[in-house]
Design a protein around this ligand. Structure first.
Ligand SMILES: Cc1cc2nc3c(=O)[nH]c(=O)nc-3n(C[C@H](O)[C@H](O)[C@H](O)COP(=O)(O)O)c2cc1C
Length: 268
C-alpha cells in the first residue's frame, strides 16, 4: 500500500467528491425549477387547447392560448368569483395554494372515491374560448382517482353545455399500454360529440366495459372501455360524474345555460 493511501485521505477525497456532486445537482435543480414550471404550464396550456380542438402545429401554444379567457368560479354558488385573480390563482389542481385544506373554502365530501381527499375546494379556474364575443368552447379542469393515483385533465364542452368536444389528461400514473391509453389519440377521438346529461339532467356519460354498440340508444352517452384497464376506465367515469354533477361544475353550468338561453331569446 502506498503511504499516501491513508484512511483519512480516502475519506477526504470521497466526501469532497460527494459534496461537489451534491452542489452541482442542487444548483441545477434550483436553476432549472423556473424552466420546469414554465414547461409544465406550457404543457397544461397545450392540453387545454387540445381538449377544445384548438391546437395546431402552425401557431405557437402561447399565441393560441392568448385567445383563451380564464375565469374563477365558485363551485358552491355557481357564480363567478371575481375576488380571485385568475393570473395568481393556483387552485387545488396543481401544487401550493390549497383551498381544499381550509374548511372555510371547501366542503367535506362523504366519499374519497374520486378525489382521495375528504374535501373539495370551492374554487376552480375554468377557460373560455370565444369568437366574436361568443363562447365556442368551455374547458373544465377535472381530476380523479385511477388505479395508481390521481389523473388530472381537462374536459372541453360545447356552448350547449351538453356536448363534449374532447378530454385530455396532462398528469397521471397509469400503466403504459393499459390505463395510460387515456392518452391514445384513437381513444381520445371517441369523446367528440358525446352527450353528458340524460333528459332528466343526470350525468349519463360513462366509459363502459367493452365496445360501444353504435346502434344502441345509449351510444351517445358511452365511450369504449380501455381494455385490461377497467379500474382506470371506471375512474374516468367517476370523475366526470363528480365534476359535471352538483358537487363539481353542475351549479355553474346550470346558471350559465340559463344565461346563454336568455341571451339567445333576447337576440332573436
Ligand atoms: C403491472 C400491472 C399494471 C396495471 N395497470 C393498470 C392500469 O393502469 N389501469 C387499470 O385499470 N388496470 C391496470 N392493471 C390491471 C388491474 O389490476 C385490473 O386487473 C384491471 O383493471 C381489470 O381490468 P379488466 O377487467 O379490463 O381486465 C394492471 C395490472 C398489472 C399487473
Amino acid at each position: 500500500m502506498n503511504k499516501n493511501d491513508t484512511l483519512l485521505k480516502t475519506l477526504f477525497v470521497g466526501i469532497s467528491v460527494c459534496l461537489f456532486c451534491s452542489i452541482i445537482i442542487s444548483t441545477a435543480a434550483v436553476e432549472l425549477r423556473g424552466l420546469q414550471q414554465q414547461n409544465k404550464l406550457k404543457d397544461q396550456q397545450s392540453k387545454i387547447l387540445s381538449s377544445a380542438g384548438l391546437l395546431t402545429n402552425k401557431t405557437s401554444v402561447s399565441e393560441l392560448f392568448s385567445s383563451i379567457e380564464e375565469k374563477i368560479i365558485n363551485l358552491e354558488t355557481g357564480e363567478y368569483e371575481d375576488s380571485l385573480d385568475p393570473n395568481t390563482f393556483n387552485g387545488r389542481l396543481f401544487e401550493s395554494q390549497d383551498y381544499s385544506k381550509d374548511l372555510t373554502t371547501s366542503i367535506v365530501l362523504s366519499s374519497k372515491k374520486v378525489l382521495t381527499s375528504k374535501t373539495r375546494e370551492n374554487f376552480a379556474k375554468i377557460y373560455f374560448y370565444k369568437e366574436g364575443g361568443q363562447i365556442k368552447a368551455i374547458v373544465l379542469p377535472v381530476r380523479g382517482l385511477g388505479l395508481w393515483g390521481t389523473l388530472y385533465g381537462y374536459l372541453a364542452i360545447e356552448p350547449d353545455l351538453e356536448t363534449i368536444i374532447g378530454l385530455e389528461y396532462h398528469t397521471h400514473k397509469e400503466t403504459p399500454g393499459l390505463g395510460a391509453e387515456v392518452d391514445n389519440p384513437r381513444w381520445k377521438s371517441l369523446w367528440k360529440g358525446k352527450k353528458i346529461y340524460s333528459q332528466s339532467g343526470e350525468v349519463k356519460i360513462s366509459v363502459i366495459k367493452g365496445l360501444v354498440d353504435p346502434d344502441s340508444s345509449e351510444a351517445d352517452y358511452q365511450i369504449d372501455g380501455l381494455s385490461g384497464a377497467t379500474i382506470t376506465s371506471t375512474g374516468v367515469s367517476n370523475m366526470l360524474s363528480f365534476w359535471l354533477g352538483d358537487l363539481g361544475y353542475g351549479k355553474f353550468l346550470k346558471k350559465l345555460k340559463k344565461e346563454l338561453e336568455e341571451k339567445e331569446i333576447f337576440n332573436v
